[in-house]
Design a protein around this ligand. Sequence first.
Ligand code: IDP
Ligand code: MG
Length: 139
Amino acid sequence: MDRGEITMERTLALIKPDATERNIIGDIISMIENKKFKITRLRSMMLTESKARQFYDVHSSKPFYNALIEYMTSGMIVAVELEKDNAVKDFRELIGDTNPVNAKDGTIRSKYAINQSSNSIHGSDSNENAIKEINLIFN
Ligand code: IDP
Ligand code: MG
């Protein structure tokens, strides 16, 4: 029922190994908080190969899949559950294009991504995937 309230959504951010490696976790979290996202859960972890494969299952037929799994399991990641109205869409805007060459100024990837693979941050691309990813990562 619509009572005119703001609908809070959740999304999942992963600060990827290339970023944790370069000591820019704090900078990235500041960019996120400055855009008024609320951090509801946060955890650093090493992704197991099995979780990484499940997480990126949608890309399993892509030529970069094995390299992606190797990269995502190569170092620490920081998983951050975020809450905001329009969280999914607003967070995709804040992270910017997959390829930093195409990422708009002011986005996390424009500032920090090294290339299309080591692009510093993940953001869920739909509400459905956000819920799936949050359950996979935090359980
Ligand atoms: P997204 O992270 O912007 O949603 P996706 O196309 O869903 O981008 O790809 C998932 C992740 O796989 C990317 O963030 C990146 O790390 C990696 N990736 C995507 N495309 C390529 C590619 O062409 N070469 C190597 N790695 C890629
Ligand atoms: Mg994606």
